[in-house]
Design a protein around this ligand. Structure first.
Ligand code: SF4
Ligand code: SF4
Length: 87
């Protein structure tokens, strides 16, 4: 029969889940951010960092492009853009 598909348990900080992105990535505009931290709380990869207004950012090494941060941002300060676009 087939062998196990998962050889060992893993976690995102050990494996760079940014390679999972296939089309879109979040762009943090850093213009209208109110530092509510919703993006930090919702991110399943724990890869959003920031401390003050307009300095939140996603670590693309781990961001899998799910778009949740852009959905919850109350100030629409995160947009999903094409992976290969500049900006
Ligand atoms: S797109 Fe998803 S994985 Fe990437 S920073 Fe936003 S919530 Fe996290
Ligand atoms: S959800 Fe939007 S407003 Fe809130 S901290 Fe993140 S970027 Fe800033």
């Amino acid at each position: 029969m087939f062998g196990p598909l998962i050889v060992k348990p893993s976690k995102s900080k050990g494996d760079k889940t940014g390679s999972w992105r296939i089309q879109l990535r979040p762009k943090y505009l850093q213009k209208n951010c109110i530092a509510c931290k919703m993006c930090v709380l919702i991110c399943p990869e724990g890869c959003v960092q920031g401390k003050e207004k307009n300095n939140y950012i996603s670590d693309y090494n781990y961001c899998k492009g799910c778009g949740l941060c852009a959905q919850v941002c109350p100030k629409a300060d995160i947009v999903m853009i094409e992976e290969d676009s500049r900006g």
